[in-house]
Design a protein around this ligand. Structure first.
Ligand SMILES: Cc1cc2nc3c(=O)[nH]c(=O)nc-3n(C[C@H](O)[C@H](O)[C@H](O)COP(=O)(O)OP(=O)(O)OC[C@H]3O[C@@H](n4cnc5c(N)ncnc54)[C@H](O)[C@@H]3O)c2cc1C
Length: 338
């Protein structure tokens, strides 16, 4: 039997479907359409069948629900065992997972068991029109080059994909698909691993990736003291604070705030870019944001090429005024100008 179709590995946390599943489906849909093949999505857990319809609405043709109480919480070996078994049965030519902790942990195990290659942390995926193989693009050599990697001799072709690097497709309630409920004999999940407790890492408690609004500051702010304006604006908007690499290198904020090629990739509803030029490395981490507002005194700054709204002006005039207006609004004063 030949290898056919694209398979994406969905994720759940505590029995709730993780949104990265829909991002993977959007990626997978493009590839499956280019190959004129089916897109399947796998979800592992216990009693997860209720989420299958949503996955079909977001692009899946087939949903495999692998159900077992032993899969309720993520454990590397049982998950890798179940997915290897399914990949051997379904024989997809491409397998994608998110470059999350789960994906990064299990994909190398699966690739080793299937005796195939794996490209980690891809930012771009495409199909080579010449031989229909997967083109897997990722930053390499410290982000200085973008390398496109192929897996020419083994199947499936496997890749992990950066979360937030693709937008989910809108739900299409009319989409049809198949749901395949899979159960395996319980002894295949036996493992020496045990989930003892889930402890949140509060040292990295800056979740720019999950925020609906991100306010990001760049070197135009000039000093650490001035960066407080970014923090205040973010606080008034209920937003997360982002920064360019230069700001992180200066030590004004920690690495978890860095947005861009060598930092986090974000796709919030609103991205406010203040005093940053919009280097290619920065744009790589934020250009899928829904609405981008840029404030820069240089009208030729590259950030304006991706901005939906641009304010050409001195941030030291614009931002304090914005903060003042938001403070007034918060304090219940009506702000109206003629
Ligand atoms: C391998 C590699 C990986 C990288 N990864 C990343 C990454 O992940 N993220 C990232 O951000 N960068 C990254 N970089 C760095 C990137 O190339 C740029 O150096 C960086 O993004 C520039 O930061 P900036 O926009 O804050 O500063 P600048 O480019 O110096 O821009 C400052 C901007 O502020 C404006 N400005 C100045 N004063 C004012 C004012 N008073 N009012 C309004 N505007 C003002 C200026 O017009 C200018 O556009 C990477 C570089 C390399 C080589």
């Amino acid at each position: 039997m030949t290898y056919r179709g694209v398979m994406v590995i969905g994720e759940q946390r505590g029995g709730v479907l993780h949104p990265v599943t829909y991002e993977l489906l959007a990626r997978g849909r493009v590839l499956a359409d280019k190959l004129s093949e089916e897109l399947s999505c796998v979800i592992l857990g216990h009693e997860m069948e209720q989420f299958a319809e949503g996955m079909i609405q977001r692009g899946a043709d087939v949903v495999y629900v692998v159900d077992d109480p032993a899969l309720k919480h993520f454990l590397p070996r049982p998950y890798a065992t179940a997915l290897t078994r399914l990949a051997k049965e379904a024989k997809p030519e491409i397998v994608l997972s998110a470059a999350t902790t789960q994906g990064r942990t299990i994909m190398p195990l699966i690739a080793a068991k299937l005796d195939t290659g794996l490209t980690a942390d891809c930012t771009g995926l495409d199909i080579d029109p010449l031989d229909r193989s997967l083109l897997q693009t990722r930053p390499a050599i410290g982000g200085n080059v973008m390398a496109t990697i192929k897996t020419p001799t083994s199947r499936p072709q496997m890749a992990t994909v950066r979360p937030k690097s693709a937008k989910p497709l809108p739900a299409d309630e009319g989409r049809q698909g198949r749901v395949v409920l899979k159960t395996y004999e319980a002894n295949i999940f036996s493992t020496c691993e045990e989930l003892v407790e889930f402890v949140k890492d509060t040292t990295q408690d800056v979740n720019v990736q999950d925020a609906d609004i991100v306010v990001c500051g760049g070197k135009g702010l000039k000093t650490r003291d001035n960066f407080h304006m970014i923090e205040e604006l973010a606080s008034l908007l209920g937003a997360a604070v982002g920064a360019t690499r230069d700001i992180v290198d200066l030590g004004w904020v920690g690495y978890p705030h860095q947005i861009g090629l060598s930092g986090k990739t974000v796709s919030p509803k609103l991205y406010i870019a203040i005093g940053l030029s919009g280097s290619v490395q920065h744009l790589a981490g934020m250009q899928t944001s829904e609405t981008i507002v840029a404030i820069n005194k240089d009208e030729d700054a590259q950030i304006f090429q991706v901005a939906d709204f641009g304010i050409v002006g001195d941030l030291f005039d614009v931002v304090p005024e914005l903060i003042e207006k938001l403070r007034e609004k918060k304090n219940g004063k009506c702000v109206r100008e003629g």
